[in-house]
Design a protein around this ligand. Structure first.
Ligand SMILES: [Zn+2]
Length: 390
């Protein structure tokens, strides 16, 4: 964790560093913390900054927070987002309405996103959620499950194992969390992680009324327990966090090379519409763009790995061209650590917390020395996630 002394050495007060670095860190914190660790920061401190954008390339579009019907009985819920103010840290869930109940895909994060999503679905169908598939264990997909009363939860066994592991470190209460990246909670209320009751590894087909839904094991990619939901007749894929559209893909538990392979497999499938875990709804074009983000990062990181640069120095040095305008690009720091771990043979399913901490500290020292304090990533905002928040 960065201390007051670290910031003093960098010529900044801790508060100045937090203010200057708020853009990057908040994006990260929203994805990372699950519990809305931004509570100590005043809203005016939270203006996004981060690395500079490149006017030669397009900026991300803005997209709405909405429940959208994609086909009869098939819906996707997108969190609103855009270049400046964004809820991209909370995932996009999906829903298939059956004759008796709704099948959900992911449980969102915390009381506010979960309750507003559930209310929108109930209004659209008049039904309750009966079952849910989790695409993976991260808190922005699972921390809202307690609000889906009595719904059965299914997942990959690795996802269940990670939810169980997170229980001891999960706070017992939700507490209010302000911030432009989307409020997670606005009152104090009890908090409880819901553990999946059915696990499976092989692909499985369920019929929700007349709708055929294939659950597909997609990992390791974003995590070692990734599942997607594919509707062959409607040509719709709920990709979970295999898909990040216009938002920097986040690989803190990931296997970047295999993630690219998974994208290639999807590009060979009969799919028209892809609902990503983060960002606006798209299709194969957007998924291929995200794979290109990783392909570009892989080439740039590999040059620096071969030149014996550390991951922190590499992340501070890399520019991604058209991808520099994506939201949350400071996250290349975790992705770079993961690529280095792949290449040096040390990659495991767990977050490399030591490696990420070290890389962020070095990255921040370099940015400070270059007079680019606005690009710093205050490590303290990532601590709860590095400590395995779910
Ligand atoms: Zn995730």
């Amino acid at each position: 964790m960065l201390t007051r002394d670290d910031f003093r050495k960098a010529g900044l007060s801790r508060r100045e560093a937090i203010q200057l670095g708020a853009g990057g860190l908040l994006g990260a914190a929203a994805i990372l913390a699950g519990s809305g660790e931004a509570a100590n920061l005043a809203a005016q401190d939270l203006q996004p900054t981060g690395p500079p954008t490149d006017p030669h390339y397009p900026m991300p579009p803005s997209w709405s927070k909405e429940l959208r019907q994609l086909a009869p009985n098939v819906y996707a819920y997108t969190q609103g987002g855009g270049p400046n103010i964004s809820n991209f840290g909370v995932s996009n869930p999906g829903m298939i309405a059956g004759p008796d109940y709704m099948w959900g895909i992911d449980g969102t994060q915390g009381p506010i996103p979960a309750k507003s999503y559930i209310a929108a679905c109930k209004q659209a169908t008049g039904k309750d959620f009966g079952r849910l598939l989790l695409t993976h264990h991260h808190g922005d997909h699972t921390a809202g499950l307690q609000f889906f009363q009595n719904a059965e939860v299914w997942s990959h066994p690795y996802c269940r194992q990670e939810v169980l592991k997170a229980i001891p470190s999960t706070p017992k209460m939700w507490s209010p969390t302000p911030g432009p990246y989307g409020k997670i909670a606005d009152v104090v209320e009890p908090r409880k992680l819901v553990v999946p009751m059915l696990t499976f590894k092989d692909d499985m087909t369920v019929f929700v009324g007349d709708t055929e839904v294939r659950f597909m094991n997609a990992g390791p990619a974003h995590t070692w327990g990734d599942m997607m939901a594919y509707l062959p007749k409607q040509k719709i894929l709920f990709a979970g966090d295999i898909g990040f559209f216009w938002v920097a893909p986040f690989a803190q538990n990931g296997h970047v090379s295999k993630w690219i392979e998974t994208c290639d497999k999807i590009l060979g499938m009969d799919v028209d519409v892809i609902v990503p875990g983060h960002g606006p709804i798209g299709g194969k074009k957007e998924l291929n763009e995200m794979a290109d983000y990783f392909r570009t990062l892989t080439v740039e990181a590999r040059k620096r790995y071969d030149a014996k640069m550390t991951p922190g120095a590499a992340a501070a040095d890399i520019r991604l061209g058209r991808f520099d305008n994506w939201i949350g690009t400071q996250l290349i720091i975790t992705d770079t650590v993961r690529l280095y771990d792949e290449w040096n043979g040390s990659l495991t399913p767990d977050i490399n917390t030591g490696g990420i901490r070290e890389a962020i500290q070095e990255y921040n020292q370099i940015k400070t020395a270059q007079g680019k304090a606005a690009e710093m990533i205050p490590l303290e905002r990532m601590e709860s996630h590095l400590a395995h928040a779910c």
